[in-house]
Design a binder for this molecule. Structure first.
Ligand SMILES: C[S@@+](CC[C@H](N)C(=O)[O-])C[C@H]1O[C@@H](n2cnc3c(N)ncnc32)[C@H](O)[C@@H]1O
Length: 219
């Protein structure tokens, strides 16, 4: 998703330091101070316009959430929503997820969401995929040992690549869905993202992987 730069985006981010951080390395090991209550921290990398992370924060006041997004205008759209809602358990970061282990201390994060990540289909671009091994290494560093990565995509190529990449990294699979909306057990939570709604309306299957780094995470 590419959006034309909006002139209001950067000033809005600068004026909203209560809810958004642009130098996340300054909060490494101190993220709990950004929230009104101490609670396990769940992060989404590539949150887009924020629909998923906002709904998760609304549904789960017992957890704290951090949405990370690289693009300024898109981050500012998510920020606008949070400024209207002022959810005490949601913070946003405008930064590249590739610096994750500078933003969070070891085991500071309880779980990670990757939703409809950019597929980067060319082989020479594979290091940018959010399930490339250098990203998995960082997820392992910042996440608690029992933490789970939940990854959703409509892209068959990225799904297959991610299964192989996670398997080669020695990860454990808790669930793998070839058609999430078809196979979801009744009552199991699925918060939709903007992309998920768009693609599932077109009848495309949604793939999902839930995986962790230790056998403890597959309980
Ligand atoms: C295809 S969109 C999906 C947005 C949203 N998660 C959804 O499902 O509707 C992917 C988003 O990830 C962001 N992104 C890609 N690589 C990133 C990175 N390394 N760090 C942070 N955000 C990233 C992009 O800017 C884009 O907004």
């Amino acid at each position: 998703m590419r959006l034309r730069k909006k002139p209001w985006a950067e000033p809005l981010i600068k004026a909203s330091s209560e809810f958004i951080v642009t130098k996340p390395e300054e909060y490494q090991s101190k993220w709990q101070t950004r929230f009104s209550k101490k609670a396990p921290i769940y992060i989404e990398i590539g949150m887009g316009k924020g629909r998923f992370i906002i709904e998760m924060a609304q549904k789960h006041p017992e957890k704290n959430f951090v949405g990370i997004e690289l693009q300024t205008t898109i981050t500012a759209i998510a920020l606008k929503k949070q400024l209207g809602l002022r959810l005490p358990n949601l913070q946003l970061i405008r930064a590249n997820g590739s610096g994750l282990n500078e933003y969070f201390a070891p085991a500071e994060v309880s779980g990670i969401y990757l939703n409809f990540s950019d597929p980067w289909p060319k082989k020479r671009q594979r290091k940018r995929r959010l399930t490339y091994r250098s990203f998995l290494k960082q997820y392992k560093e910042v996440m608690k040992p029992e933490g789970i990565i939940e990854f959703k995509t409509d892209n068959r190529g990225l799904f297959e690549y991610s299964l192989v990449s996670m398997n080669n990294f020695g990860m454990f699979f808790k669930e793998v869905y070839l058609d999430l909306h078809e196979s979801l057990e009744l009552g199991k939570e699925n918060v939709m993202t903007e992309y998920e709604e768009k693609f599932s309306k077109k009848g495309q299957p949604i793939y999902k992987i839930e995986a962790g780094f230790t056998p403890r995470s597959i309980k």
